[in-house]
Write a protein that binds this ligand. Structure first.
Ligand code: NI
Length: 183
């Protein structure tokens, strides 16, 4: 396995719509290796998710996991989840406002409104179809990662930019016992 270089904001790959992974390719050694490398890269940088465009592969593939993350110490745990060709099929009208950061938007956080609940489907790393209902933090992370596959970053989803803050200033001025969310 290998730790991959993370594309930062400004790299065109982050703004492209990613291509679906052909289902027949999922079992290939190149896709399986990419999945393993994305998991290792997410762990290395204490992300709670990473999408393939963030590691310079314009493919509809993302991984999510939360397990006592030092960047998000209070985040609820989410088991390792591999999403291939994910599609959000329904979103609640109810929104929640939560803090998000991104490995590609280094050192910044901002408040983002996201659907509180959603329904989604994807293929797992064995190519099996998964249908899931998600809410709260898991729903936020899914929306953040699916956005990457559409060429979007959390900045595009902020209702306004007045809460955009560097991490040090986040700790100093904005941390009122709320938990930051997402990647
Ligand atoms: Ni991100």
């Amino acid at each position: 396995m290998a730790i991959l270089k993370v594309a930062r904001l400004g790299h065109p790959v982050l703004r492209q719509a990613a291509k679906p992974v052909p289902p027949g390719d999922i079992s290939s050694s190149s896709i399986q290796r990419l999945i393993d490398d994305m998991i290792e890269t997410m762990h290395e940088y204490d992300g709670v998710g990473i999408a393939a465009p963030q590691v310079h592969h314009s493919l509809q593939l993302a991984v999510i996991e939360v397990e006592r993350n030092p960047r998000y110490p209070q985040a609820p745990e989410i088991p390792l989840t591999v999403l291939i060709n994910p599609e959000i099929t329904a979103r609640s009208d109810a929104k929640r406002l939560g803090w998000e950061g991104c490995l590609s938007v280094d050192g910044l956080r901002g408040e983002v409104p996201r659907a509180e609940q959603l329904s989604a489907r994807w293929l797992d790393r064995s190519g099996r179809p998964v249908q899931a209902e998600a809410q709260g933090f898991f729903a936020v992370v899914i929306q953040h990662e699916v956005d990457h596959l559409l060429g979007k970053v959390f900045l595009d989803r902020m209702a306004d930019l007045t809460t955009l803050t560097h991490l040090k200033e986040y700790d100093r001025y904005w941390l009122h016992g709320e938990e930051p969310e997402s990647e």
